[in-house]
Design a protein around this ligand. Structure first.
Ligand SMILES: *Cc1c(COP(=O)(O)O)cnc(C)c1O
Length: 341
C-alpha cells in the first residue's frame, strides 16, 4: 500500500532524492567508498558543499555579501548562537509559537529582550499585526512558519534593524527577498533534507560586532571563514540536501514550489472548510501552506481521534515533496470519514 507522508519533520522527501542519497551511501560516485566513510576533506566531497552553497544562492537569489553555511545542532542551537553573535544590548522578538518562545528564552541569557507582539492569548492561532520594532534593537527575530500551530508569515517584513528568521519549515517554499534579512536559518529536516544539518544564510558585515568573547564553535565567523569545514560537517545530510536542491531546480525553482504549495493548500483547506466534521485551527489570514492544522468540531469530538497535544486534532504537513495526488487522497479520506459519521 502506498503511504502518503504528512509528517511534520523529519518529513517527506522526493523519492529520487532518497534514492540518490541511498546509492551514495553504498558507493559514493564511483569512488569505491561509501559516502559515510568518505572524508569531508576528500577531493570528491568539497564539490558537494560548493554545489549546495551555489544552489542555495541561485534558487533563493541571494545577493552578494551573504554567506551560506552548514552546521550541526539543529535550529535549536541557533536559538542560542543568534544572540551569542548578534545581541549586544537589546533584541526584539515576535512570539508566534513554541519555537519562537524557545528562541526568545535563549536570547534572555544574553541581554534585554523586547517581545514586540505575541499571539499566545489565542493559543498562537494567528500572526500578530501592527507591532512596532524598536529602532535601537540589535536585531528583530521572527519564525516565518509555525510548524505546530499552522500559521505562516508569507511576506518579507520591512524592519528598521537586521531581521533574523527561523525558516526551518518553509524555506524553499516561496521566493523570498533575502536582502531584507540579516540572517535566515533552519533545521533541514522539514523541507530541505534528512535530519542532521542546519543551514544558515548570514549577511557577513553583521558579524564581529558584539563585545563578548564567543567560543570558537559557536562563533559564526569560524564556520564562514572555513566554508563549513572547520570541523567535520554532517556529510550525508549535506549530500541529501544537495540532491533536494537539484530536484527543486529541476521542478522550476522556488516559484514552482510556491505554485504547488498554493494548490495543495487550496485542496486541503477547501475540504476542511466544506466538510461538516472539521474546522481549521488557524485564523484564515494566517494559515500556513506548509502545516495544515484542523480539529473535529466540538459536536463530533466523541469520535475520539487524538492529535497534537498543543493544538489537538490533525496536522497535515504539506512540504515541497507532497504531491497533489497525496492531498487528494487526504481529502478523499476526510470525505469518507464524514460519510461514516
Ligand atoms: C522543528 C523546528 C525547530 C527545531 O528544529 P531542530 O532542528 O529540531 O532543533 C525550530 N523551529 C521551527 C520553526 C521548527 O519547525
Amino acid at each position: 500500500m502506498k503511504k502518503y507522508n504528512f509528517n511534520a519533520g523529519p518529513s517527506i522527501l522526493p523519492k529520487e532524492v532518497m534514492e540518490a542519497t541511498a546509492a551514495a551511501c553504498l558507493e559514493f560516485e564511483g569512488s569505491g567508498l561509501s559516502l559515510m566513510e568518505t572524508s569531508h576533506r576528500a577531493k570528491n566531497f568539497q564539490p558537494v558543499v560548493d554545489e549546495a552553497v551555489a544552489l542555495f544562492k541561485e534558487l533563493l537569489n541571494i545577493p552578494e555579501g551573504y554567506a551560506v553555511i552548514f552546521l550541526g545542532g539543529g535550529a535549536s542551537l541557533e536559538f542560542c548562537m543568534v544572540p551569542y553573535n548578534f545581541l549586544e544590548k537589546k533584541a526584539a522578538y515576535l512570539n508566534t509559537g513554541v519555537w519562537a518562545t524557545k528562541a526568545e528564552k535563549e536570547a534572555k541569557l544574553f541581554g534585554e529582550v523586547v517581545e514586540v507582539a505575541s499571539s499566545k492569548d489565542k493559543n498562537f492561532t494567528y500572526i500578530p499585526k501592527n507591532f512596532t520594532i524598536p529602532t535601537d534593537a540589535d536585531y528583530f527575530h521572527i519564525t516565518t512558519n509555525n510548524t505546530i500551530y499552522g500559521t505562516e508569515i508569507l511576506k518579507d517584513y520591512d524592519s528598521p534593524v537586521p531581521m533574523i528568521a527561523d525558516m526551518s519549515s518553509d524555506i524553499f517554499s516561496r521566493p523570498i527577498d533575502v536582502s531584507k534579512y540579516g540572517m535566515i536559518y533552519g533545521g533541514a529536516q522539514k523541507n530541505l533534507s534528512m535530519a542532521g544539518v542546519t543551514f544558515c544564510i548570514i549577511k557577513e558585515d553583521l558579524l564581529g560586532k558584539v563585545s563578548r568573547p564567543i567560543p570558537t564553535m559557536l562563533d559564526y565567523r569560524t564556520h564562514v571563514n572555513k566554508g563549513s569545514m572547520f570541523n567535520t560537517p554532517p556529510t550525508v545530510p549535506i549530500y541529501c540536501a544537495l540532491q533536494n536542491l537539484k530536484w527543486i531546480k529541476k521542478q522550476g525553482g522556488v516559484e514552482a514550489m510556491e505554485k504547488l504549495a498554493i494548490k495543495r493548500a487550496e485542496i486541503v483547506y477547501g475540504e476542511i472548510d466544506r466538510n461538516k466534521l472539521f474546522v481549521g485551527t488557524a485564523e484564515e489570514d494566517s494559515r500556513s501552506r506548509m502545516n495544515i492544522t484542523f480539529v473535529l468540531k466540538p459536536e463530533y469530538q466523541e469520535v475520539g481521534v487524538k492529535g497534537h497535544r498543543d493544538v489537538g486534532g490533525f496536522r497535515a504537513s504539506c512540504y515541497n515533496a507532497m504531491t497533489i495526488e497525496g492531498c487528494e487522497a487526504l481529502v478523499a479520506c476526510m470525505k469518507e470519514f464524514e460519510a461514516k459519521h
